[in-house]
Design a protein around this ligand. Structure first.
Ligand code: BQF
Length: 292
């Protein structure tokens, strides 16, 4: 028995089409939703992500902007840029692409973004709204996308044991908070594992739904999953591969081949969670434009 492949590219495309319909309605009323991404430095992966976000905006009929700042930019200059975007009425949503250079304090930067424009949902105000279940905050796009793909794939979360591997502020922690809420795509029993978890395999094997976001290529092997489980792979790792034109290939945190032999459903990398992240960022930008 081979697993159902959860096609994030297709589900993300459907979400983006729905967003585009709403963008067209808003545009008729004279509001063109706008997203501006601030990119500091020239990390190659970050440049790819920023380009993808801009293109997805344009395709949905939104206005996209990119502010590029050199790696040497001071924190004060970055904060000035954020102030300017906070004050710009054509910018409904903004985000600062992470990671930032070491000399810039990420927490200071996130605090400066107007919470009403914080479409990444990383401002403490939006973190608080997520934790308290206030629906008018912004949910971080990656966990929001995972939840949406579970719903649209018919994977029941209510009463399920969901095990999350990874405790980052960007994926693991908000993922746990989304899934323990009351409501559709939630009502789950959640366990969060991390690098200090003892006998992690015994925990992951108890998962009905296993969500992995730890950043270790192919860490989750077939013996670590329960037969019939659903596996969501958030990892994106570059591994050297001389047979590829670019000299590398992308793999997830899950050993896809062997694990797909034992589970009921699995997301591929690429084409799984990644495209959902982009789709939900657009959904958040639409939400910002509708409420600002
Ligand atoms: C795909 C990200 C780590 C650190 C910072 C589509 C994306 C990725 C993959 C994408 C990510 C990961 C983003 C695919 C945005 C997801 O086809 O599999 C889209 O653009 N992502 C980011 O902005 O910052 C990151 C991962």
């Amino acid at each position: 028995m081979s697993a159902q492949i959860i096609d994030g590219k297709a589900i993300g495309k459907a979400v983006r089409a729905e967003v585009a319909t709403e963008v067209a309605r808003l545009t008729e009323r004279g509001i063109v939703p706008g997203l501006t991404v601030v990119l500091v430095g020239e990390d190659p992966a970050s440049q790819v992500y920023v380009r993808m976000k801009g293109r997805a905006c344009d395709e949905a009929g939104m206005k996209s902007g990119t502010v590029r700042l050199p790696t040497t930019v001071t924190e004060a200059e970055l904060l000035d840029t954020i102030d300017r975007l906070n004050a710009d009425p054509t910018v409904h949503g903004m985000l600062v692409q992470l990671p930032l250079p070491d000399h810039i304090d990420e927490a200071n930067v996130l605090l400066r973004i107007d919470p009403r424009k914080d479409v990444d949902g990383f401002h403490p105000i939006n973190v608080g709204k997520l934790v308290t279940g206030d629906p008018n905050g912004f949910k971080p796009a990656t966990p929001y996308g995972v939840q949406e793909m579970l719903i649209r794939s018919g994977i029941e979360t209510s009463g399920a044991h969901v095990v999350i591997v990874g405790r980052s502020n960007i994926v693991g922690k908000p993922m746990a908070n989304l899934l323990i809420q009351k409501g559709p795509g939630a009502n789950a029993t959640v366990t969060v594992c991390h690098s200090r978890t003892k006998d992690i395999g015994s925990v992951t094997r108890s998962a009905d739904i296993l969500i992995v976001a730890m950043g270790k290529p192919e860490f989750i092997t077939a013996d670590m999953v329960k037969p019939g489980a659903a596996v969501i792979d958030v990892g994106i790792n570059r591994v050297d591969d001389a047979t590829k034109e670019k000299g590398y290939r992308l793999v997830g945190d899950v050993a896809y081949g062997p694990v797909s032999e034992v589970v009921a459903a699995i997301t591929p990398v690429p084409g799984g969670v990644g495209p959902m992240t982009i789709a939900m960022l657009l959904k958040n930008t639409l939400q910002a434009a509708m409420t600002l």
